[in-house]
Design a protein around this ligand. Structure first.
Ligand SMILES: Cc1cc2nc3c(=O)[nH]c(=O)nc-3n(C[C@H](O)[C@H](O)[C@H](O)COP(=O)(O)O)c2cc1C
Length: 205
């Protein structure tokens, strides 16, 4: 982690339920934990359901070519400025929310966030830690029905974001008890991740 300057966190939420979504509730709690462990950290919260991100098409390509893609530019800048990304990624119909897909479409820009080389694509958003909090009604981890993890892993890696931790919160629609256990487990995992992220003196061996 960077010790010399302020650490910046970008929290991206994509729940259709806004801040009431399980993923957003957990991403918020995790961000609060990180901020409590390092008071000098700063945060940007990008809530995608409150961001009108158009489907990526020829209009956006023309806007980029003409230097008039303000929203895409801003979304890219937010990632470039972040040291840590927290992504709330609910599973909807076996994949990511369409808003999150649109966000990736807008931040994937040749020569800015990735470039092509003779050895293949090279991601340019390097040196950042990413936490993905993915919530699901059922159980999909490591099964063919999990279309979200392979997409996010490939997309993040393509952009150079290769230090990624997935936190799975599954079985949320399979009864209150299962949901409670799953949320508790994720909360504990996130608490441990926060302490590892900013080791306090007593945690440094
Ligand atoms: C439109 C819609 C589609 C969903 N599709 C799936 C799915 O394919 N698989 C699954 O396990 N859960 C599915 N769910 C359940 C969500 O993953 C679950 O409600 C989760 O809590 C959503 O995260 P959020 O509360 O952060 O929005 C779906 C929920 C909705 C509303």
């Amino acid at each position: 982690m960077n010790d010399q300057r302020q650490h910046h966190i970008l929290r991206i939420d994509s729940s259709m339920f806004g801040d009431k979504g399980v993923s957003a509730t957990l991403s918020n709690a995790f961000a609060e934990q990180l901020l409590a462990l390092d008071h000098t950290s700063t945060i940007t919260h990008r809530e995608l359901i409150h961001t009108e991100i158009p489907h990526f098409g020829t209009e956006t390509i023309s806007a980029i070519a003409g230097g008039k893609a303000e929203l895409s530019d801003q979304l890219i800048q937010e990632v470039q400025q972040a040291d840590t990304l927290i992504i709330g990624a609910p599973m909807y119909n076996f994949g990511v929310a369409s808003e999150l897909k649109a966000w990736f479409d807008h931040i994937a820009r040749a020569k800015v966030t990735f470039r092509y080389s003779s050895e293949g694509p090279v991601g340019l958003l390097t040196g950042k830690k990413v936490y993905v909090i993915t919530t699901r009604g059922g159980y999909h981890q490591d099964k063919p029905s999990d279309g979200l993890t392979p997409f996010l892993s490939a997309m993040l890696d393509f952009l150079g974001l290769d230090d990624v931790e997935f936190i799975y919160v599954e079985g949320l629609h399979l009864g209150e008890e299962q949901a409670k256990v799953s949320i508790e487990r994720a909360t504990n995992t996130l608490t441990a991740a926060a302490q590892q992220h900013y080791p306090q003196p007593e945690h440094i061996s």
